[in-house]
Design a protein around this ligand. Structure first.
Ligand SMILES: C[S@@+](CC[C@H](N)C(=O)[O-])C[C@H]1O[C@@H](n2cnc3c(N)ncnc32)[C@H](O)[C@@H]1O
Length: 208
C-alpha cells in the first residue's frame, strides 16, 4: 500500500491537487488510529488519498462515503481505490457538498467519523448539515482550521484572507458552543480541529 500512497502523492504534486501532507497527515492518521471509526463521511475527497488512509488505519471493514465536486478527481479516486483491497468499502459521489448533504440519508447507526476538507468557508454549514447524520458518539475532524496562523493570531489579516479567517473562527466557535460538542485543536500543519459530538448531551441540553 505504501507504493500506491507514494504514487498518489506524486500524482497530486504533478496535477496540483491539495492532499493532506506532512504533519497534518500524521495527526490525521493518529486521530483515525485512536478513534477506530467504522462508518466515515468525507467532505472533499480529491483523489481519495485521505480516504485510503482512513481505510488503512480505521476499524477493519470500515465503510467510507465521500463527496467531491471535481469529476477528474472523482475518477482518479475510484481508479486508485480500485487497486486496493478496500475498493468495495469506499465510495465517492460527484457533486457539490452543501447540495448533497442537504438531502443525504443517515446510514443505519450514523457516521462515527466525519472529515471536513472541502471549502473552508463552508465548514460551519457542513457541520450543521452533518450533525443529524452522526452516530450517538462521533468525531468531526476539520483540516486547515488555523489557516496560515490567521484564525487564532492577533496580527493583521491580509484583505484576501479575511472572509475565510472569519468563517473558520465562526466554525471553531460553533463546534465549541453547540450542546454535546467539545473541540480540541491539534496544532500541526495548518491545524486540525477534532470535535467530539455526544448525542445524549445534546438532547439533555435541549430539554433543560
Ligand atoms: C484539500 S482537498 C481534499 C484532500 C483530501 N481530503 C485528501 O487529503 O486526500 C479539497 C477538495 O474539496 C473539493 N471541494 C471544494 N469545494 C467543494 C464543494 N463545494 N463540494 C464538493 N467538493 C468540494 C475540491 O475539489 C478538492 O478536491
Amino acid at each position: 500500500m505504501e507504493a500506491l500512497l507514494r504514487e498518489m502523492e506524486a500524482y497530486a504534486e504533478e496535477n496540483h491537487v491539495p492532499i493532506i501532507r506532512d504533519r497534518g497527515r500524521l495527526a490525521y492518521i493518529e486521530t483515525v488510529k485512536q478513534a477506530q471509526p467504522c462508518q466515515v463521511l468525507e467532505v472533499g475527497a480529491a483523489i481519495g488519498y485521505s480516504g485510503l488512509l482512513a481505510a488503512m488505519y480505521g476499524a477493519p471493514g470500515l465503510r467510507l462515503d465521500a463527496i467531491e465536486h471535481n469529476a477528474g478527481r472523482v475518477e482518479a479516486a475510484r481508479r486508485f481505490w480500485g487497486r486496493t483491497p478496500y475498493a468495495g468499502q469506499l465510495q465517492v459521489i460527484l457533486g457539490d457538498a452543501t447540495e448533497l448533504l442537504s438531502k443525504w440519508r443517515r446510514p443505519e447507526g450514523g457516521y462515527d467519523f466525519v472529515f471536513l476538507d472541502a471549502a473552508k468557508g463552508q465548514y460551519a454549514d457542513y457541520f450543521r448539515l452533518v450533525l443529524p447524520l452522526l452516530a450517538d458518539t462521533a468525531l468531526v475532524v476539520a483540516d486547515n482550521v488555523l489557516f496560515r496562523g490567521y484564525v487564532r493570531g492577533k496580527g493583521p489579516i491580509p484583505h484576501r484572507f479575511r472572509t475565510i479567517a472569519m468563517r473558520l473562527r465562526e466554525y471553531l466557535a460553533l463546534t465549541s458552543t453547540t450542546p454535546g460538542c467539545s473541540t480540541e485543536i491539534v496544532k500541526c500543519g495548518d491545524g486540525l480541529a477534532v470535535t467530539t459530538v455526544r448525542k445524549d448531551e445534546r438532547f439533555a441540553a435541549k430539554q433543560a
